[in-house]
Design a protein around this ligand. Structure first.
Ligand code: PRP
Ligand code: MG
Length: 174
């Protein structure tokens, strides 16, 4: 197993969810046990010595690898959810998506001031979601946050919106 095989396992779906967009479908990677293991181990290697205490995953595709990473790192897992899903007191941030707009929420009691936080999402496109996630995390701590993606679409330059991040890492770049 290597990165080329992982890349080949990601399905390109043209014109989804609207004309002109080539959708990077990770379901074809996630369903392959060897690919899932390789990706999980690679991300773990990147963060195993950073003292991470909380992994924050972005609904919904960020939940898959985010929770695996939390388990492997011995950290807790925090859910950043789409609006109206979290039952207790939340912070909320609105953001623009590659296609449309949305909001993210986080429970106010989910992160402690001394937590070392790793934010994970499957994909960095325009950076709207990740930037909103960082805005939410700023409400808890003055410490910059590690940010991890499985895939980065470099031609959209989403990284430039993530100035608040400590370190940004993506396993695969397109
Ligand atoms: C997709 C993807 C990232 C985000 C990237 O999620 O999983 O979270 O868009 O785009 P951006 O960098 O332009 O913000 P989506 O909101 O489609 O929802 P899903 O994860 O629930 O499928
Ligand atoms: Mg998503």
């Amino acid at each position: 197993m290597n990165l080329e095989t992982v890349i080949a396992s990601i399905r390109n779906v043209p014109d989804f969810p609207k004309p002109g967009i080539i959708f990077k479908d990770i379901t074809t990677a996630m369903k392959d046990a060897e690919v899932l293991k390789f990706i999980s181990d690679s991300l773990y290697e990147e963060y195993k010595d950073k003292g991470i205490t909380k992994v924050v995953g972005v609904e919904s595709r960020g939940f898959v690898l985010g929770s695996i990473l939390a388990y492997k790192l011995g950290a807790g897992f925090v859910l950043l959810r789409k609006p109206g899903k979290l039952p207790a007191d939340t912070y909320k941030v609105d953001y623009d998506l590659e296609y449309g707009s949305d909001s993210l929420e986080i429970h106010k009691d989910s992160i402690a001031e001394n937590d070392v936080v790793l934010l994970h999402d499957d994909l960095l496109a325009t950076g709207g979601s990740a930037n909103a996630a960082l805005e939410l995390l700023k409400k808890f701590s003055h410490n910059p946050v590690y940010v991890s993606f499985l895939i980065e679409l470099t031609f959209l330059d989403g990284k430039k919106r993530l100035g608040a991040a400590k370190e940004i890492h993506s396993l695969i770049q397109f």
